[in-house]
Each structure stands twice: as structure tokens, then as C-alpha cells.
Design a protein around this ligand. Structure first.
Ligand code: IMP
Length: 504
């Protein structure tokens, strides 16, 4: 390891179990740090979420996008254990695809372990997720990977686990019982929409569709999943015990977060959230350990904000126009590059400025390719997130804002909706809010109150000393810390590992 990275790793002195989470709506740049700290760890575990995640890792100039496998899998040859924990929705179709993709690159995953308790993601989960997204009344803007239905089955006590793959009779019995529920739901849906859903590529182009009378063919699911069982048999075990034992032996363990606190089922902007718990508490549960076993959580915070899918986003640059544009499902990066390629990051029209920033930052979904909605850093939301995550943060991507003349942070909101009761109090129109309200409709009726700063012109990607960062950038970082009670540990000034500055 080079001298410089040793300096970065010095923030982990005395730490054995490290968690990395995101303090926003996902896509904060966790992947770079999971990859960086995977070099430090001997066991890396994904604890929550499923193939809805899109972790982009750049190693030796090559970009890998992983949805299901832990990001540390790229270090398999070094003997590091990579674990899919018992809180992860495990989709064997996606995992098979990723293992094949890595094998083509010469990366063999000998040290992968999959929890026998992990919820098993099945075709009916993907089908229901897609169906709900097509029914305009229930749209959340999900990734369509079946996450919500898979976790719903777990809570409703009708789900299957990874270990069921290894016991054919039990698998068949549970699958049939589970499908009965889905047949009921799909039986009352529009048959044309159902047919369209069942032909979706993620459902292998119709492989699981029943010939007639029913929607799903259990035999087709069984056949495919028995094949998966063969492929994964050797990896399936009690990973909770494995992780506890590693911690007991004093090994370095890295808990890799997925999504972000503001998408968490407990603390996020409900109902526009994912269906797992993205906090360190959720990670601990998904790894089979106590939260107290985590020595340090590093919350990754993007210097500006982004959000994918529907849901309130008070500091969105371009407001509802941006939301409608990004969620139209019709706009891709190439379209924006063609039509707005020359737009300025200082454009006086916020909608255009937002697109220019998105293009500059490359803010397009790793999983869905959707344009990410982009906004100024919301400190109300960050304060809320850090109450759960703890104070230690890594700030990413300030380099994107080099050249922006006026930089903003949102420190509070002005409420413009109708009177609303919160407990014993009434929120009146025009009220000033410094805390995140408990309802997404109320949050949607909040206007940002901004603090503005002079920006900085120079690129910062080559800077390695905190005090050499532009003064104006340091001012914003310091304000971010004081306004949210954060403790800044690292600043990322570019995508590569070395482009990391230790805060002082
Ligand atoms: P689901 O997790 O697919 O059910 O989607 C629920 C919400 O979480 C949607 O708004 C998604 O866009 C969002 N979401 C899920 N995973 C990610 C992620 O990895 N990054 C950003 N947003 C995500």
C-alpha cells in the first residue's frame, strides 16, 4: 500500500468493525470507499437491500457495476471473505449474471458466502413490483427489481429463504403457498398489463408465465431455481456465525451499506423509500451482530444532493419541472448531452443549470440509467440523517462544483401548505421549519431557505492536503459540520482512491 493511502487509513486506527452508509437518498459515492476500505478489511459483508443497489467501482481504470454481490468481491483472489448477509434480498438470477461477468474478467469468486437465512427473491416479486409501477396510483418510482414484494413476503411470513433452495420438497411446498397470494393479486389486474409484465426481460422474456388460467408457472420457476441451487450450494452457510466469529477473532470487518438513510423504511421520506433499513442498526441486523459491535460508522454525504424516483426533494434545482423531466422515463444521458451539452453550470434558469450540473457530474442511475434529480445540499435532511447515523462523515464530489459561481446550502424550510397538525401543534402556512416534518406531503410543501456562498473556480482533483482546498470550499464544509453536528473525516475530490483528502 502506498504512503498516501496509509494516511487515509490512519482514520481507522483502533477500529476493527467499520460500517459505511449513505446519509442521503443513495448514490453518494459509497462504492469508492467500500472499495478503498475493502483493502483494509478481511471480511466484507452486504447487509441490506438487494439488486436495487448499483455500486460503481473503478479499479485500474476498469469500471465494474455490481448490484447484488458485495463490492469487496474484486479482492477475492487475496483471500478476503465476501458475504451476502441475512438481511439481503438475494436474487439468484442477478447474482449468476454478475458471477459470469466477473469470470470473464478472470475474477473467480471462491470466497463468496451467502446467508442461508437471506430472503429469496423470486420472479413473482419482480412481476408485482413492475405491475405496481405500471398502475399510476401506486407509483414510487422503484428500480423494478422486486425488492418491496420480497421484503413484504418476509414480514407477512410467507417468504422463502436461500436455504429453501437446497430442499426441493420444502421449496415446492412454500413456493406453491406463496404463489397462491400472487395469483389472487394478478387475477384481478388488467390481463393486458399482466401479459406485458410477464414478458419482461427481467422475467426472462416470459419463461415463468403459465400457459392459461393462471399467471405463474410453478414448474418453470422450480426448474430454473433448482439450477441456481446447484450453482450456489457451496456458498450457502450460516453467515451470522461467520461474521460473529471473525469479530471475535479480532479480524477487520467491513459492513457495506446500500441505498441511504433517507430511503430507509424507518427513517426515510416514507412512503418514497426502499423496503429495508439502511442505517447502521439495519446493517447490524442484516449481518447478525449487535449494533454495539460496530466501532465506527462513516456516513457518506454528497456535497450536493441527488434523488432517483419519486418523492419530496425541497432543494431540487429546477423544482417540479426537474422532477417531471427526470421521472418521465423518456430522458437518457445521451438526450441531455445532445440537447444541453453546451449549457452552463451557471445558467440563470435553474432547470437548465440542474441539467448542466447533472451532465458534468455524470449523475445517471447505475441500475436504471435514469437521470438523477439534482439539488443543493439540504442540511435539514442531513441533520436528520446524522442523528441516526452518528457524526462521522465523508464528503464526496465537491470537485463537480468547481466553476460554479454561487454555491448554496439549504438550512431550513418555509412551509407553504395548508394547516397541518403535528402532535399537539399546528403547522401554519408560512411557518419556518428547521426539522424534517414526519409526512412526505408536508415535506413536498416546503420551500428551501438557502445560504449562498461564493464558489471556487479551480479544479481540485489534485489536492491532497485539506488546507490546500479552496478557502470558499472549506467555508461551506465547516458550515456543513456546524449546522449538522457532523465530524468531517475525509473529502473525496475525484473518483480514484488517491483523490482523497484527510480532513483536519
Ligand atoms: P426499490 O428499492 O426498488 O423498491 O425503490 C424504492 C425507492 O428507492 C425508489 O425511489 C428508488 O429509486 C430508490 N432506490 C432504491 N435503490 C436505490 C439506490 O441504490 N440508489 C438510489 N435510489 C435507490
Amino acid at each position: 500500500m502506498n504512503q498516501y493511502l496509509s494516511t487515509v487509513f490512519s482514520i481507522l486506527n483502533g477500529i476493527r468493525t467499520l460500517a459505511i452508509t449513505c446519509a442521503g437518498w443513495g448514490d453518494s459515492g459509497k462504492g469508492k470507499f467500500v472499495d478503498l476500505f475493502a483493502r483494509w478489511a478481511s471480511l466484507i459483508i452486504r447487509c441490506t437491500g438487494g439488486p436495487n443497489a448499483g455500486h460503481t467501482i473503478v479499479v485500474d481504470g476498469k469500471t465494474y457495476i455490481l448490484h447484488q454481490l458485495p463490492s469487496g468481491i474484486l479482492y477475492d483472489a487475496e483471500g478476503k471473505l465476501n458475504v451476502i448477509g441475512s438481511g439481503v434480498a438475494f436474487d439468484p438470477t442477478e447474482a449468476t449474471k454478475e458471477l459470469a461477468m466477473l469470470a470473464l474478467e478472470g475474477i473467480l469468486c471462491r470466497n463468496l458466502r451467502i446467508s442461508y437465512r437471506a430472503p429469496l427473491l423470486l420472479p413473482q416479486h419482480i412481476a408485482l413490483d413492475l405491475l405496481k409501477e405500471m398502475e399510476s396510483t401506486s407509483r414510487i418510482g422503484t428500480t423494478g427489481r422486486g425488492i418491496g414484494p420480497c421484503y413484504t413476503d418476509r414480514v407477512a411470513r410467507r417468504g422463502l429463504t436461500v436455504n429453501d433452495l437446497l430442499n426441493k420438497d420444502i421449496f415446492v411446498r412454500k413456493l406453491r403457498r406463496n404463489l397462491a397470494e400472487y395469483e389472487r393479486i394478478f387475477g384481478s389486474a388488467d390481463p393486458e398489463v399482466v401479459a406485458q409484465v410477464m414478458r419482461h426481460e427481467r422475467l426472462l422474456g416470459g419463461r415463468y408465465a403459465a400457459a392459461k388460467g393462471r399467471t405463474f408457472d410453478p414448474d418453470a420457476i422450480l426448474e430454473q431455481y433448482l439450477q441456481y441451487a446447484e450453482g450456489f450450494r457451496e456458498f450457502i452457510c450460516d453467515t451470522d456465525e461467520l461474521v460473529r466469529e471473525s469479530i471475535h477473532q479480532g479480524q477487520r470487518v467491513l459492513l457495506e451499506g446500500a441505498q441511504g438513510l433517507l430511503l430507509s423504511i424507518e427513517y426515510g421520506t416514507y412512503p418514497f423509500v426502499t423496503s429495508s433499513e439502511c442505517s447502521p442498526r439495519g446493517l447490524a441486523m442484516g449481518a447478525g451482530i449487535s449494533e454495539r459491535a460496530i466501532d465506527l460508522n462513516l456516513g457518506v454525504v454528497k456535497f450536493y444532493d441527488t434523488r432517483v424516483g419519486k418523492g419530496p426533494f425541497p432543494s431540487e434545482i429546477g423544482g417540479s419541472q426537474s422532477e417531471a423531466w427526470c421521472n418521465s422515463g423518456k430522458v437518457l444521458q445521451a438526450d441531455e448531452a445532445r440537447d444541453y451539452g453546451t449549457a452552463s453550470v451557471n445558467d440563470p434558469d435553474p432547470f437548465t443549470q440542474g441539467i448542466a450540473l447533472r451532465l458534468k457530474a455524470g449523475e445517471y442511475g447505475a441500475t436504471t440509467k435514469r437521470p438523477r434529480r439534482i439539488g443543493w445540499r439540504d442540511l435539514v435532511m442531513l441533520r436528520h440523517a446524522l442523528r441516526i447515523l452518528g457524526p462521522d462523515i465523508i464528503v464526496t464530489k465537491p470537485d463537480v462544483l468547481s466553476g460554479v459561481e454561487r454555491v448554496k446550502t439549504c438550512g431550513s424550510y418555509r412551509y407553504i401548505g395548508p394547516c397541518y397538525r403535528i402532535g399537539g401543534k399546528t403547522l401554519e402556512p408560512g411557518a419556518h421549519l428547521t426539522d424534517c416534518p414526519p409526512d412526505s406531503d408536508v415535506l413536498s410543501a416546503c420551500e428551501p431557505v438557502y445560504r449562498e456562498y461564493d464558489g471556487w473556480q479551480e479544479p481540485i482533483g489534485d489536492i491532497r492536503e485539506f488546507m490546500e482546498l479552496p478557502t470558499n470550499l472549506r467555508k461551506v464544509l465547516r458550515h456543513m459540520e456546524t449546522a449538522t453536528n457532523a465530524r468531517l473525516r475525509l473529502v473525496s475530490v475525484g473518483p480514484s482512491r488517491e483523490q482523497t483528502v484527510v480532513a483536519s
